[in-house]
Design a protein around this ligand. Structure first.
Ligand SMILES: N[C@@H](CCC(=O)N[C@@H](CS)C(=O)NCC(=O)O)C(=O)O
Length: 210
């Protein structure tokens, strides 16, 4: 069974949500997110940079949450939740999957890192990162014009990944999204698999509290 090493509220949510949506069996291994634990040789042996998430499938161990999503889809998805490579939407499917982490999540991650390392934080740096994230929201809003989902009619893993990052945007930058984007976010997070992933995330927190 897939093992997802996860700390509550972090990017392992992506892999958990995909497993829930595809009904792929998985087990969560709760990880103490305290920097002291993540610096231990024990955790570094699992995750060389001390980050979460990590996913294990038999002898396979990997990090990078979006790569995990793709692995789950390719290995266990039976073609669900992603277009085939010969589908005209495939290129944009890849584009939004990568955008979710490489471009949209990046300034949000920098806000977190900056706040952790710089006390007091530099307001200009945080403002610039918020502005970069907001530019991503504008690009997504434009792409969603006249569509229910990023690729048109059907939902796919890029929508899940983007909506995971959008949660961080709403928490760190602004609760308010453009109207069409808000409707999209509400549509994607109305999936029963989202509620189950939220529940699994919360239970991970309870398990860590012991
Ligand atoms: N691109 C990586 C980012 C991993 C990452 O930065 N994870 C955060 C939690 S969501 C973390 O472990 N941060 C602690 C740190 O950077 O020291 C992914 O998508 O998995």
């Amino acid at each position: 069974m897939l093992k997802i090493y996860h700390s509550p509220g972090t990017r392992g949510f992506r892999a958990i949500w995909v497993c829930e949506e595809l009904s792929v069996p998985y087990e969560i291994v709760p990880v103490n997110f305290a920097p002291e634990y993540r610096a231990t040789p024990e955790w570094r042996a699992v995750s060389p940079l001390g980050k979460v998430p990590v996913m294990v499938d038999g002898d396979m161990k990997m990090f990078e949450s979006c790569a995990m999503m793709q692995y789950i889809l390719d290995r266990y998805g039976d073609g669900r939740l992603q277009p085939a490579p010969d589908n005209p939407t495939y290129a944009h499917y890849l584009q939004w999957c990568w955008f979710a982490e490489a471009t949209f999540a990046r300034p949000l991650g920098e806000i977190v890192n900056h706040r952790r390392e710089f006390k007091p934080e530099l307001d200009a740096v945080v403002a610039e990162m918020k502005s970069r994230a907001t530019a991503c929201v504008a690009a997504l809003d434009a792409a969603l014009s006249g569509r229910d989902y990023l690729l048109g009619d059907g939902i796919n893993a890029a929508d899940l990944s983007i909506c995971y990052t959008t949660r961080g945007y709403r928490r760190m930058v602004s609760e308010t999204l453009p109207a069409a984007y808000q409707a999209y976010f509400d549509r994607v997070t109305a999936l029963p698999s989202y509620a189950r992933a939220v529940q699994a995330d919360a239970e991970t927190g309870e398990r860590l509290k012991g």
